[in-house]
Design a protein around this ligand. Structure first.
Ligand code: MLT
Length: 404
């Protein structure tokens, strides 16, 4: 008789955004006349920029001709895309990353869930808290997090690094042994970030203690402040201790298109074994490459016209962020983020729990957000709103909350 991976049974409930979607569907069923505005999941609403659509059309046409048809993509990515990434995202920022250290994939979510396959089963994992749930859930599935305690909302073998208003959203360095540290900066869900000097301390710590940093830079395009690094490789020594994961979802609206990449520097070694070689081996075995059409779309993201169009799109969302932040602050709520990230992280009023506030906002204003506790125990008492909505919906949501 076969046996299942019992670690799945340890996961409480369903994936956060699936739970929210079910709750909202139920509310809509019971209130068919109510308009619901979704500012929950960080999904984009603006159409894909014209120059990127045009590149996709060209690639589609190429697929229809024998001379220009493309079959399986190279499993690590086409060199035209890897070179564009290395140039724009790294060399132009003074970070020495070469195209063959870049692994193109179908998105940052898959990579951030899959990367843990490289670690031994007994690796100790540290996460900032609150955190994007994929890092924790994927390590739970692999049996690394111990048991879940529903009362505290904590996993017994996971090291939590609280990131709250109490420490100004700057987590303390781990005070206990850990092997792998997940950092998402600018942060999902808090929308806050670290300065270059603050991040350098984490890199120095990782190099000193022999830890690996998994750095999720999915929201990098939203950085507006000068002293915030755009990649961890702006820090000295990061190539010896960090893997960086990037997405095309948030900067270019590819949530429904799927494209991402992971940087594994060649210097990164554990007891003499190259993590670059391991990830290449994994990619080769388990992944047949992102589609040609989508990689051509990705290339267009780095064209002069693509960059111009995407800058406007980011500015559109950041104006939403400003409207939400200033609107809520004006109503007396404590709000964070929304300056270097498209998320606003607010304190719930009257010490309400995050889920109680979720219900109150849905019922009272018809607005969907994301309960902070869904991101970890230190998210309790907070609530996340996304700036990825359409402008009119964002304005209507603020007005509805004001009325509520
Ligand atoms: C979020 O809302 O946190 C993100 O959209 C989730 C994701 O990027 O997978």
């Amino acid at each position: 008789m076969y046996r299942i991976n019992a670690n799945y049974g340890k996961l409480p409930g369903s994936y956060l955004f699936s739970t929210i979607a079910k709750k909202v569907a139920e509310f809509e069923k019971q209130n068919p006349d109510r308009k619901v505005i979704r500012l929950g999941i960080g999904d984009v609403t603006q159409p894909i920029a014209p120059s990127i659509i045009s590149a996709m059309h060209t690639a589609v046409d190429e697929m229809g001709l024998a001379e220009t048809f493309h079959g399986y993509a190279p499993d690590l990515g086409y060199s035209f895309l890897r070179e564009a990434i290395a140039e724009s995202d790294y060399r132009q920022r003074g970070a020495d990353i070469s195209p063959d250290e870049i692994f193109v994939s179908d998105g940052a979510k898959s990579d951030s869930g899959n990367i843990q396959e490289l670690f031994s089963a007994d690796c100790k994992i540290a996460v900032t808290d609150p955190v994007y749930p994929v890092y924790v859930d994927s390590n739970v599935m692999a049996g690394r997090c111990g048991d879940y305690d529903a009362a505290s909302g904590k996993w017994s073998d996971l090291l939590y690094l609280p990131t709250t208003a109490d420490n100004n959203f700057v987590p303390e360095l781990p005070d206990r042994e850990c092997d792998v540290i997940y950092l998402c900066l600018p942060n999902n869900p808090t929308g806050t970030t670290l300065t270059r000097d603050q991040l350098q301390k984490w890199v120095d710590f990782a190099n000193e203690k022999g830890c690996l940093i998994i750095y999720d830079g999915a929201y990098e395009a939203y950085i507006s402040e000068e002293d915030v690094p755009h990649t961890i490789y702006e820090c000295n020594g990061a190539k010896n201790c960090a893997i960086e994961i990037k997405s095309f979802s948030k900067n270019a609206g590819f949530t429904g298109v799927r494209l991402g990449y992971t940087v594994v520097p060649k210097e990164l070694k554990c007891e003499g074994v190259s993590l670059h070689d391991m990830w290449a081996r994994r990619h080769g075995t388990k992944f047949n490459g992102a589609p040609y059409i989508i990689q051509r779309a990705g290339e267009a993201v780095y064209s002069a016209q693509g960059k111009k169009e995407l800058k406007e799109q980011v500015a559109y969302y950041m104006e939403n962020a400003r409207l939400i932040r200033e609107g809520l602050t004006g109503m007396g709520y404590d709000c964070y983020g929304g300056v270097n990230a498209p998320y606003i992280w607010m304190k719930t009023p009257d010490n309400m729990t995050s889920w109680d506030f979720f219900d109150r906002l849905l019922e009272g204003a018809g607005v969907v957000g994301t309960p902070g506790s869904g991101f970890g125990p230190s998210g309790e008492g907070y609530f996340r709103l996304t700036a990825f909505g359409q402008r009119s919906n964002t304005e209507a949501a603020i007005e509805a909350i004001r009325k509520m």
